[in-house]
Design a binder for this molecule. Structure first.
Ligand code: DAH
Length: 339
């Protein structure tokens, strides 16, 4: 019996060591230590032993059981460890491998130049406000001193929603909205979309963008207008930029000017972009007409102000040498990615 036990022990240790799979290990445990296992079988035969041998064989059987159990446990631990290592190495990530490249977006040039321009004016103490795209005829025309028969109201140019409402044709109506709502001093810039019933070509789009400016306070003069817009042009196009102010006409300003800057492309020498004049028109401006101040409930005998309006699309095109406004609206990412 001792021999049977010892053989069983050696054989069990041997086969446990050879196992490399948890399920087979479990089968082995059942084979040796299970209820119907080999050790149980041996123990059942103990009754036939002489009384004095029973404790000796009994304790040998216990030893064998413990030994096999320990071997099984150790082997299980080894196998589990190896399985974990396998899994970890299978799932390992090599952080030094080049990643899948994710395309990075960028701001549309209209947005980034608009931000740049608004920031320049914020730097001069302006605040940015917005107004509605669908605007009352009253604010778009009437309150800007554009009477009913003025050619700027031409049904050809303006998208009418109904008799009283239009898609704003410029950002100027926000001037009067702000005058009505705020007490001077007022110092605002108004970026926004504007709409005109134009046929699309290289320089026209029915939707385009303007940035309006309005400054109202006591003793505001044309010199303030010239100073602010000259600083603006130098900030936007470079410190060597010069400006010139040409007399012009707008219904909502008096006097009115158009402002030119030295050509961004040739620096004033004359080139294709500036039609060899050395100058490019960048905005319209003027001293706010007393009628407009009155429409905004501001007393023209106490306050004066200047206003300006610039076309963003044209400035974007000048800045980047883009020769067709349609490119700004076609949203071809190959084009937009270049900015
Ligand atoms: N509203 C004008 C336009 O759309 C631009 C403009 C000119 C705005 C002179 C102004 C200004 O505020 O003073 O053409």
């Amino acid at each position: 019996m001792r021999e049977t036990l010892e053989n069983m022990r050696d054989e069990a240790i041997d086969s446990v060591a050879k196992i490399d799979d948890l399920k087979q290990l479990d089968d082995l445990r059942r084979k040796y230590l299970g209820k119907k296992g080999e050790l149980t079988k041996v123990l059942r035969g103990m009754g036939r032993l002489p009384a004095q041998e029973r404790p000796i064989i009994g304790s040998l059987a216990n030893e064998v059981r413990t030994l096999i159990q320990t071997q099984l446990d150790n082997q299980r631990e080894r196998l589990e460890e190896r399985a974990l290592e396998d899994r970890l190495s299978r799932e390992a990530i090599d952080v030094t491998m080049p990643g899948a490249r994710i395309d990075r977006g960028n701001l549309h040039p209209l947005t980034s130049v608009q931000n740049e321009i608004v920031d320049i004016f914020i730097g001069m103490g302006f605040i940015a406000v917005e107004g509605p795209d669908v605007e009352l005829d009253y604010y778009n025309f009437e309150a800007l001193n554009i009477p009913k028969d003025h050619p700027a109201r031409d049904i050809q140019d303006t998208f009418y929603i109904n008799d009283e409402m239009v898609l704003r044709t410029h950002t100027s109506p926000v001037q009067v909205r702000v005058m009505e709502a705020e007490e001077p001093p007022i110092k605002i810039v108004v970026p926004g979309r504007v709409y005109r019933s134009d046929d699309v070509d290289a320089t026209h789009s029915p939707i385009f963008h303007q940035i309006e400016g309005l400054v109202i306070d006591k003793n505001v003069t044309m010199a303030d207008l010239k100073g602010a817009l000259d600083v603006f042009a130098k900030e936007l196009f470079g410190k060597d930029t010069k400006t010139r102010f040409r007399p012009h006409y707008f219904p909502f300003t008096e006097p009115s000017v158009e402002v030119d800057a030295t050509c961004v492309t040739c620096g004033g020498d004359g080139c294709r972009i500036c039609s060899n004049t050395g100058w490019i028109e960048i905005l319209g401006a003027g001293m706010v007409h007393p009628n407009v101040l009155r429409y905004g409930n501001i007393d023209p005998s106490i306050y004066s102000g200047y206003a300006f309006g610039l076309g963003l699309d044209r400035i974007v095109n000048l800045k980047y040498g883009i020769d067709d406004i349609r490119l700004l609206y076609e949203n071809d990412v190959r084009f937009l990615k270049q900015f």
